[in-house]
Design a protein around this ligand. Structure first.
Ligand code: SAM
Length: 280
């Protein structure tokens, strides 16, 4: 095995989800960086692995990267794991990767469990394109800005949330998206009490009106695509285009292109608007 920093995904609940490649990397590594040495120590002892552990959590990631770079420059292989799932996804990892790459060294990954993907694929919501938002800001204008962006988003949105904030977040989402928007809460994925609650945001708020335990992913269906413009909207756009000058023919072409509707429909409305102030 050549020298590299390897990001290894670990189980998000069910230890059976560890892959053979993940085990091989953990055995072969000279050093395993992790958020919590006790927690990862338990995983390694469950697997019968005794590789040296070093803490690299959100506070120590930068400092740990310096040491990791020295190991890599000495030709060693270093693994980075997080407490659960894929490191770097709402978990430490990104900064270490940036620093290792900046030092001209190799980075690789062993894919595996990720709560976002496990929730998405079984949610029943569109999966072809999706947006991962991670944890919402806790409060203030930054949270409101993200909520509004989610409401306007046409792709499925995936959010991480703590159980005790789930009800409030569902209420905030319903406020901006409307309570009819489809959504899913995926709870305790891969564990004994795994469940998917599928419905409208309004129904999920009712479901959340009790104490929620365990880990939670929230998914929200994308906003519906904008509908065909009405005749009134087209007529208004025609009036604006005519007021800006130009012929009725030009106004029709301009409005058809801007609103994405057929030119003949627009031209019929130009004629029926009876505007006689503009020339052909
Ligand atoms: N890096 C991890 C990953 O790849 O999924 C995510 C870590 S983030 C700190 C923890 C959040 O992930 C939790 O608050 C929850 O939103 C989600 N999560 C993790 N495990 C989960 C599980 N078993 N079921 C549902 N959500 C989970």
């Amino acid at each position: 095995m050549t020298s590299a920093l390897v990001l290894v995904s670990t189980p998000i609940g069910n230890l059976g989800d560890i892959s053979q490649r993940a085990i091989d990397e953990l055995i072969a590594a000279d050093l395993v960086c992790c958020e919590d040495t006790r927690r990862t120590g338990r995983l390694l002892s469950h697997l019968g692995i005794s590789t040296r552990l070093m803490r690299a959590d959100e506070h120590t990631e930068h400092r740990a990267a310096g040491e990791v770079i020295q190991h890599l420059q000495a030709g060693q292989r270093v693994v980075l794991v997080s407490d659960a799932g894929t490191p770097g996804v709402s978990d430490p990892g990104q900064h270490m990767v940036e620093l290792v790459l900046a030092a001209g060294l190799e980075v690789s990954s062993i894919p595996g469990p990720s709560a976002a993907l496990a929730a998405l694929v079984a949610s029943g919501l569109p999966t072809a394109r999706f947006v991962f938002e991670g944890f919402l800001e806790r409060r203030g204008s930054a949270r409101q800005k993200t909520l509004l962006a989610i409401a306007a988003q046409h792709r499925t949105v995936v959010l991480y949330e703590s159980p005790n904030r789930t009800a409030a977040t569902l209420r905030d989402l319903a406020e901006v998206c409307g309570s009819d928007r489809r959504a899913v809460v995926a709870r305790e994925l891969t564990k004994l009490h795994e469940e998917f609650i599928r419905g409208s945001l309004g129904q999920l708020i009712e479901w959340a009106d009790r104490s929620i335990k365990g880990e939670v992913v929230i998914l929200v269906e994308g906003a519906p695509p904008p509908g065909e413009p009405t005749d009134e909207e087209i007529t208004e756009a025609i009036a604006a285009a005519l007021a800006a000058g130009g012929s009725r023919r030009d106004a029709a072409s301009e409005v058809a292109a801007a609103l994405g509707v057929g030119r003949s429909r627009v031209y019929d409305l130009v004629l029926s608007s009876g505007d006689s102030t503009s020339s052909e």
